[in-house]
Write a protein that binds this ligand. Structure first.
Ligand SMILES: *[C@@H]1O[C@H](CO)[C@@H](O)[C@H](O)[C@H]1NC(C)=O
Ligand SMILES: *[C@@H]1O[C@H](CO)[C@@H](O)[C@H](O)[C@H]1NC(C)=O
Length: 252
């Protein structure tokens, strides 16, 4: 009797196994394909980005991106132009612009101010000329005494250091969410951030992202309120966007 039973069990067991084999095979293949696709996705693509902001592809690593940025910043011909032919004109335009911000009560003589991506520091010179004495710039290449060395993706400053931050290099940010996170980290509560951006035209080949509207900025500045947007004529940049970092929520 036992032999008969054993003989009958085998074909019953074999049938589901035969069905499971293709099932496991296809499961394995789909996982392999998914894994391959995940590897192909650029590491810097952030799913949270809204459609109005596009990261330019083409950087194989963060280091190659930094090297590319340094190429422009260190270009001796450009540096010569920035510190000579360009200097007076740009300092003048920046001074007028900062005076306007003072009139609008967004900037004060005693504001501690940072200019992000300041190259040779024309905007820092302008800030000092309009009376904002405690101001400094930051860029990958320092230009003492106006500009300190620092990467805007990871600012070399403590939390809540500044009352005011200005930048016209948002388009150079490979990780815009880090660019904004660092501004919101180093600004004091109530502090002001002013960005000059290009919405209607594409910036140069050193740009790392393209911005098509203000909406993605509003999304990124999660700890701030939008204060205002207006058109400006800022050396190829057409739009000024102003944010104010929110006051801290009271903890109980
Ligand atoms: C930097 O510029 C030099 C000369 O202009 C060029 O040969 C080199 O490929 C550039 N490097 C990068 C990383 O763009
Ligand atoms: C701010 O500084 C400017 C330039 O030094 C000066 O003319 C002005 O009186 C100062 N304003 C205030 C409110 O102290």
């Amino acid at each position: 009797m036992q032999n008969v039973h054993a003989g009958m069990k085998n074909p019953i067991l074999k049938l589901p196994l035969l069905l499971l084999k293709p099932f496991f095979l296809s499961l394995f293949l789909s996982l392999a394909v998914l894994f391959f696709l995940a590897l192909q996705t650029p590491r810097h693509r952030n799913p949270k980005l809204s459609p109005g902001l596009r990261i330019r592809p083409g950087y194989s690593s963060y280091d190659s991106y930094i090297q590319h940025q340094l190429n422009k910043t260190l270009n001796p011909k450009l540096r010569k132009i920035w510190t000579t032919r360009d200097w007076d004109r740009k300092v003048l335009v920046f001074s007028q612009f900062f005076r306007g911000l003072k009139e609008r009560k967004l900037l004060f003589n005693d504001s501690k101010a940072l200019c992000i991506g300041a190259r040779v520091g024309q905007e820092v010179e302008a800030l000092r000329r309009v009376g904002v004495g405690d101001s400094v710039g930051m860029d990958l290449v320092p230009y003492p005494p106006l500009v300190l060395k620092g990467d805007f993706h990871s600012q070399p400053f403590d939390d809540e250091t500044f009352d005011f931050e200005f930048s016209n290099v948002f388009d150079h940010a490979l990780h815009p969410w880090k660019f904004v996170r660092e501004i919101e980290r180093t600004l004091r509560a109530g502090g002001i951030c002013v960005l000059h951006v290009a919405l209607s035209r594409r910036a140069d080949k050193y740009s790392a992202n393209d911005l098509y509207s203000v909406a993605p900025l509003v999304e990124l500045f999660r700890k701030s309120d939008l204060v205002g947007v207006r058109n400006v004529d800022g050396f190829g940049l057409d739009t000024e966007v102003v944010f104010r970092k929110k006051e801290k929520e009271k903890k109980n």
